[in-house]
Design a protein around this ligand. Structure first.
Ligand code: MN
Length: 284
């Protein structure tokens, strides 16, 4: 099932024919304060699923071109992001002279501000970062479905509600990751959440990213260094992962500069396509 938020924060299921409004399937869904309703959906998805399927089967599909897709997550308590999780990306960072001390090129997790989230077709407004470059990173992300603390590797995938696409926009160079990756608009997510049962093995998916029709990144998630179960186990030893939290698995090689006027398209097999525009900045 593909779960989406659209228009005025209504809940939708994306079918072949388009968006089916299933807002009524979640009791008390409040579009004005949809966050709590959405967290409840994540927490109680298995028990709500039959009702959602029933409403979806009776509903009328609206073409996706006639709705406004929103980011498919709402105010997650945190975005936990993997660093240095593909070998070829670690090599390209080393060749740029990043991570001179060594530890910065080891796998770890950091926090990215949820306030940076934008949705499909939204625009990343480039901040003034002087002579620094702003880069794209195309990543497989996933959403937590139940509270996770000290989760063993062998049970970790039970905590995943579904998968989505995240562009980890980054000011390249020195300085704390959380600041360089948390400017407003630096976290496009979407176009929807594809539930875990529909994705199957998350380590057999092709990721591709294009900037203005030029391919920049292409990788299979099977080459990820620290796989999703180990990432969940590692992060959940540090912090409780709450329903609705987003974890993102790190960038493959091919990161590069984006500029005002660019269009970024990130695609992941079995999920879909996320398109965002780039605007602002001093250079037009
Ligand atoms: Mn990243």
């Amino acid at each position: 099932m593909r779960l989406a938020l659209f228009d005025n924060y209504r809940l939708g299921v994306v079918a072949e024919a388009g968006m089916v409004d299933v807002t009524s399937a979640v009791p008390g869904w409040d579009t004005a304060f949809a966050t709590n309703s959405w967290v409840r959906l994540c927490h109680s998805f298995e028990s709500l699923r039959p009702r959602i399927e029933e409403v979806a089967s009776r509903g009328h599909a609206v073409p996706l071109t006639d709705v406004r897709l929103r980011a498919p997550v709402l105010n997650p308590s945190k975005i936990v992001a993997a660093a240095s999780n593909y070998g070829a990306h670690v090599d390209e960072m080393r060749s740029r002279g990043s991570g001179g001390g060594g530890w910065e090129l080891d796998f770890d997790v950091f926090l990215k501000a949820p306030s940076a989230i934008i949705g499909p077709e939204d625009t990343i407004q480039l901040p003034d970062v002087g002579d620094r470059e702003v880069h794209h990173e195309s990543e497989l992300a996933f959403v937590i479905g139940k509270s996770a603390k000290n989760v063993p590797v062998e049970r970790a995938l039970e905590y995943v509600l579904g998968y989505t696409i995240l562009v980890d926009v980054t000011v390249r160079g020195e300085g704390d990751r959380s600041r360089r990756k948390s400017y407003d608009g630096f976290c496009p997510i979407g176009p929807w959440i594809t539930t875990a049962d529909e994705v199957g093995d998350p380590h057999a998916l092709e990721i591709r990213l294009h900037v203005n029709n030029t391919e920049r990144q292409r990788v299979n998630t099977g080459t990820m260094l620290t796989k999703i179960p180990a990432m969940i186990a590692y992060a959940s030893r540090v912090m409780t992962l709450n329903p609705g939290d987003v974890l993102t698995t790190g960038s493959p090689a091919g990161v590069g500069k984006v500029e005002a006027g660019d269009t970024i398209v990130a695609e992941i097999e079995k999920i879909g396509l996320l398109r965002v525009k780039v605007g602002g900045g001093a250079k037009v």
